[in-house]
Write a protein that binds this ligand. Sequence first.
Ligand SMILES: C[S@@+](CC[C@H](N)C(=O)[O-])C[C@H]1O[C@@H](n2cnc3c(N)ncnc32)[C@H](O)[C@@H]1O
Length: 466
Amino acid sequence: MPPVQQDPGSFRDPLSRVFVGEDRVVRAFTATGKADLDAVWSRKSIAGALSSGELIESTMVDPAAVGLSGPWVAAMTHPRVPFISYPYEWTFTMLKDAALLQLRLTRRTLADGVGLKDATPYNVQFIGSRAQFIDAGSFEVRRKSDPWYGYRQFCEMFLYPLMLQSYLGVGFQPFLRGAVNGISPGTMRKLLPASIRHPRKGRLTHVVLHAAAQNRFADTEVEVKKEAAKAGMSAAVLDATLRKLEKLVSSLELGDTKSTWSEYTERGHYIEDSLDEKERFVRDAVASKPRRLVADIGCNDGKFSRIAAAHSNHVVAMDADPLVVDRLYGALKGEGNEKILPLYVDMSDSGGGIGWRGRERPGVFDRGAPDVVLYLAVIHHVAITFNIPVAAQLDMLADFAPEIVIEMPHADDPMVRKLLVNKRAGIHDDFTLEEFERLLRDRFDVRSKMLLSSGTRTIFHAVRRS
Ligand SMILES: C[S@@+](CC[C@H](N)C(=O)[O-])C[C@H]1O[C@@H](n2cnc3c(N)ncnc32)[C@H](O)[C@@H]1O
């Protein structure tokens, strides 16, 4: 088998490590990790999660057969997730679904005498629109007095972010991107007005107070296990807490109903045959070769992601409008679509790596290169609204993928004119088709181009110069 490399984000669990190979991932276990695994792996709850696909497919292998030795005495392989995503790129409903998956697994395994070591959304990945738990090293035998070790983490990384959005209408993504450990109970208490957080309202009794208690344990010499035993952390008590949390999380809703881009689906400004021409052009470009991964940047409702998905294995569909992405996720989930992964990414501020040394959770451009990027009707927004030069956008595209399909609205396009209305006259005078094409040809060879019949947009299929 070809060699595997240690995943730079895998080190927090001393008992297991992840190694990444070309087409699979290996999770290796130390002797203690193996003992944990052996004690739980054949239990009903785990077998059930594996067969339902809630837990990633896992095949035991000899560590030596995958090139591992030393402390690694057991190993399993998993299929590679098509594109790794992080909670700060998920929408509200994605984080909610991931939270419910975490709670479901925690409850089912608890009933089977199995404990989950933690509760971080980084253990969940999306295969298209399907949430899947990927940390097969998270399970251990639960001793009678064990508390739910992941409780505080669940609050910090799932519950509080969801509450921020649901109760206050504040997007959680910048908070999770700003702190790899999420929102602390202290911060959450300050953010939530007393009217919402007041324990008499019931819904927060099992959240803010419990989390605060765990916070106290973490900061002092108090032994959580002893305290938990004293407090009667029996499986039944924990199950009741988990059940309440399930109810609470299920009740949280994304309040937003309208955003800048939420009503774009009609694409009414594509006059005459322009939209059909654009669709055909994109289809021909993507279908010209077998494609593993396509990225659709500024995907909106995913119209073109779907065209790309028909001619590729997977599509990562990104947009800077979280409501639009949330709706796309809802639609894809409704269809059981496992090919298109919708993500909230703002190209003007996509972020670098976070966590330990900035490498634990790499930036979106460092998690695998797509074969093709669709950049359709986005360049003018990023250039004019965010002042990111066309040359810089083309550099980004050339760094990201060997091939692009890009739509360039001309200076006299009605949308370009609209964007320019509130800008100082003259500062975007170089936003022209001619200048764009010159910059494009510096970096790419143009395979084909087409002037849409509206007469104000040109679409290009281009291949990076070697
Ligand atoms: C004109 S629509 C194009 C939608 C789709 N690509 C198409 O061709 O039909 C532009 C989309 O780009 C998205 N967008 C604008 N600025 C963006 C940015 N900085 N990063 C990512 N997406 C952005 C908007 O949210 C919107 O959904």
